[in-house]
Design a protein around this ligand. Sequence first.
Ligand SMILES: *Cc1c(COP(=O)(O)O)cnc(C)c1O
Length: 376
Amino acid sequence: MAAAYAQPLSVLDIHLDRVARNYLLLKKKVQAEAAGGDCAAVVKADAYGLGAAEVSRALYKQSCRHFFVAHYGEALEVKEALQGLYGVADAPSIYVLNGPFGAPAADFAANGFIPVLNSPQDIDYWAQTGQGDKRPAALLHIDTGMNRLGLSGGEVEALAARGDLSRILDIRYVMSHLACADEKDHPKNAAQLELFKQLTARLGIAARYSFANSSGIFLGPAYHFDLARPGCALYGINPGTGENPMQGTVTLKARILQTRKIDRNGTVGYGATYSVSPPAICATVSTGYADGYLRSLTGRGTVVIGGKTCPVIGRVSMDSVVVDASALDAPPRPGDWAEIIGERQTVDAVAAQAGTIGYEILTSLGRRYRRNYTGG
Ligand SMILES: *Cc1c(COP(=O)(O)O)cnc(C)c1O
């Protein structure tokens, strides 16, 4: 036990081999069902909190050649991470979902980053950045029902009427994004697919298409088109509502700092919201909301200690959380591990406890965890 004092308080293991396996499963699905289809990797928000550099390198080695980020700065990170892995012939394409914002166009172009053009303003701006007869490369996003980013139907009409799109821009893919793909039977899926087909036909250019996110891949071949854009499924989040076909990719454990034998009635934590009475064993675990252990897990979260599930009692603090460890045969000892995410508690399960989605749990993972990359 004394040895634990010299060791990290909390460890986040990131299993790159499982990210790679998830990628290959998705790619196989896309390629088996749609000839010529390819599979990108969405690595925005630091690869959903796992680490964009490490994840991008691991996936490049699995022949992933298309990477999506949201910001220019993220594109730089991915590019730097991949430097040295490729020659001219097998350079990756890096697409920026939030558009040509955040840096001068010359910097985008010099790095070879390809922005997603989400509006007529984006199109006009980006088209002007061409040098000589070299058309700027871009993805064109059309909205089919998210009402978040992308050209509206009317704007697609206007663009088609202009008739100069292919002359002014090198459109690599025309894309759209599904709103409800995680609900397989939601009528909006088919409606968006139909509208995507109509609007791309209306656009009247020869192009390749990108439509499916993780969940979209599982809606069937009609949704695959030329380039799928999975994010969450790569990281082990269930893309649907049935049994999860993906593998969990993170293990998070934190040390028990102190255990306490309750010998009189009392309360636990800020606000004295939880009452405790003997006999009970409490354990204080070294993770809190500053680590991304969301405060909404108060009264709802669990951790696993020695194979037993222990409920969070009292409010989640900034740096620690108290759990009821009375279910253990013997009280845990300071320095022992509590599993927060892992084999026994999936990211999706923790998200359900917190009243959120796995995406938010992963992208909230804190900076104080000792990060261990394995299987890269
Ligand atoms: C984030 C994002 C994705 C990936 O979505 P997942 O649900 O994580 O697979 C794909 N396309 C766009 C436009 C996105 O913003």
